[in-house]
Design a protein around this ligand. Structure first.
Ligand code: NZQ
Ligand code: ZN
Length: 385
């Protein structure tokens, strides 16, 4: 186990009606709030009206229409509002895209120049406005982490920024706010939270405690996703998924580990070029990556995964057992309605070279659990055809 620092100070307000606490909790940050949201789901399901009513004593500015795979243009727009109006706090009401965009706005509010500089490294994050979140979809864990992922469709890049100042101060996690999430987004969110856990679980560093937590989180996603799909207003299922998604990426499952990921960097290339849903891309890639890296070196870890996550019995043929775990992963994603081939996204092999090169470079994939070069990534993508 490596040395680590674990400090996640987000004030999590979990459960029914927890939005009611917002006025009192937000008051200490100031009066001027930038309210951010996505393409309109919160207007359809009534959450927007509820939040506006609760915050009637505050001065509210708004930035709506934030796209899934949020664009740098929205970040610049939000940062301009913050600078012009002297905003004290950003309240993100939505999913990972709205939260990530809000985090980038929070940092860009203190930067003179194009917010994209903060993603490319040309500019540095020095500080950020405080961020509060009302989460509406269980997926990314952005509500309880320090990262934001922003897309630039002009350059076909999707890049990550990270800074402790981006950690949300407050996160309202009311599972009822996820009742209206459509089936494809529910399933994609579960694939994303599972991928976050899997990326840390398969790691060169042995760490029993985080791995045991990881196995529990995976079992939770496997148990409750079908229940939420079957009955979208099943509070217990939505609640378990919501907490699973937050714990899947708040750092607890990577404590003492190397935190070198693989599939996410490949998926970010697919999103950057084809604007696909992040979790759905991961559901397609993850089992292929697993098959590709299965070897004498990794087979024992895959056996643990098959036994502790999927409930298979130990057997002498370790490769057969490992493959059972991988098959179960692939079948699960298919069962919850997610694509298993690039063709289902309408993607062909024309950009494989370009995407593979960038994924290896941005993700430092040569240092991953199983080191991946450009040709390896191309092969994994080919397996998805
Ligand atoms: O935009 P609206 O109208 O709100 O609709 C959204 C959107 O179409 C809809 N939705 C969300 N809550 C809903 C709802 N529809 C009905 N009822 C509700 N309650 O779902 C769609 C997807 O929303 P989005 O915010 O894009 O989903 P998600 O939370 O999966 O976020 C994905 C983004 O987060 C990034 C991804 O790359 C992607 O850009 N990630 C962020 C991470 C982080 N900050 O740590 C890590 C992740 O690995 C990931 O990369
Ligand atoms: Zn993810």
């Amino acid at each position: 186990m490596n040395n680590f620092e674990f400090c996640v100070s987000t004030d999590v307000l979990f459960g029914k009606g927890q939005e009611e606490q917002l006025p009192a909790k937000l008051a200490s940050f100031g009066k001027k709030i930038l309210l951010t949201y996505g393409g309109g789901s919160i207007k359809k399901n009534g959450l927007y009206d509820k939040i506006k009513k609760l915050l009637s004593d505050f001065e509210i500015f708004e930035l709506g229409g934030i796209d899934p795979n949020p664009r740098v243009e929205s970040v610049n727009e939000g940062a301009d509002i913050c600078k012009r109006e002297g905003v004290d706090l950003i309240l993100a009401v939505g999913g990972g895209s709205t939260i990530d965009c809000s985090k980038a706005i929070a940092a860009a509010a203190f930067y003179d120049g194009d917010a994209w500089d903060l993603l490319t490294g040309k500019g540095r994050i020095t500080q950020a406005l405080p961020i509060a979140v009302v989460l509406t979809i269980a997926a990314t864990g952005s509500e309880m982490d320090c990262a934001a992922v922003i897309s630039n469709m002009d350059t076909n890049e999707k890049l990550l920024m990270g800074h402790p100042a981006l950690l949300p101060k407050i996160a309202v996690l009311n599972p009822e706010n996820t009742f209206t999430v459509p089936p494809y987004q529910t399933a994609s969110g579960s694939a994303d939270m599972m991928s976050h856990v899997i990326e840390s679980y398969f790691d060169t560093v042995e760490a029993f405690v985080p791995d045991a937590i990881a196995e529990g989180l995976l079992r939770s996603a496997i148990k409750y996703t079908p229940m939420a799909l079957e009955d979208p207003e099943n509070y217990e299922a939505r609640a378990q998924l919501m907490w699973t998604s937050s714990l899947a990426l708040n750092g607890i499952t990577s404590t003492g580990k190397s935190f070198m990921w693989s599939c996410h960097y490949i998926e970010h290339e697919l999103s950057a070029h084809y604007d696909i849903t992040h979790g759905a891309g991961l559901a397609m890639l993850t089992p292929k990556w697993m098959r590709y890296i299965l070897s004498d070196k990794t087979v024992d870890k895959f056996c643990d995964y098959a036994v502790n996550v999927w409930g298979f019995a130990r057997e002498d043929d370790t490769f057969a057992l490992a493959r059972k775990g991988i098959d179960a992963t692939e079948e699960f994603f298919e069962k919850i309605g997610l694509p298993s081939t690039l063709g289902e996204f309408g993607i062909d092999s024309s950009k494989f070279e370009q995407m593979a090169e960038k994924a290896v470079q941005v993700g430092c994939l040569k240092d991953a659990y199983v080191p991946l070069g450009k040709e390896d990534v191309i092969e994994i993508l080919r397996m998805c055809l």
